[in-house]
Design a protein around this ligand. Structure first.
Ligand code: DQA
Length: 140
């Protein structure tokens, strides 16, 4: 099974950025842990701060992988283009957020991703990525 994790703007600063909201762990270190926990899954990771680059990556992997785990970060709340890209591809997308966006500012309650996503997992810290991987695996 091939799963692509795609992270949007400012998520390259995880571990340094607002640790009270996003925690202390660097994503690269967490990604290595994910890879060693899911040895049967071919996991890839891409991050960009640039909206068009995220759309290019969604299109690039979107007809190849079995699933995409997308944290579009701030673009979640603004990007019609990323929402359209998800609609355009074959791979199912799980939207994730580290924080509970619904307990934060009103502008974070809108998502251009959710209407076209297979599911949404949020508010459990970095563990949302593990839960999203589990959701793609065979069920009991
Ligand atoms: C986020 C929530 C977004 O509102 C915010 O802009 C982010 C991160 C999260 O993972 O909690 O950058 O997507």
């Amino acid at each position: 099974m091939k799963i692509a994790i795609i992270n949007g703007p400012n998520l390259n600063l995880l571990g340094k950025r607002e640790p009270e909201v996003y925690g202390n762990k660097d994503f690269d270190a967490y990604f290595l842990q994910l890879q060693s926990s899911f040895t049967d899954v071919s996991l890839t990771y891409y991050q960009s701060n640039v909206e068009g680059e995220l759309i290019n990556e969604i299109q690039r992997v979107g007809f190849d992988v079995d699933g995409i785990i997308l944290n579009a970060a701030a673009y979640t709340h603004t990007s019609v283009g990323i929402g359209d890209a998800i609609k355009a591809i074959a791979a199912p997308v799980i939207e994730v957020h580290i924080s509970n966006t619904f307990s934060r500012e009103d502008f974070r309650h809108t998502s251009y991703i959710t209407p076209n996503a297979k599911g949404l997992i949020l508010g459990f810290g970095l563990d949302v990525y593990r839960l999203a991987i589990e959701s793609f695996l065979p069920k009991l």
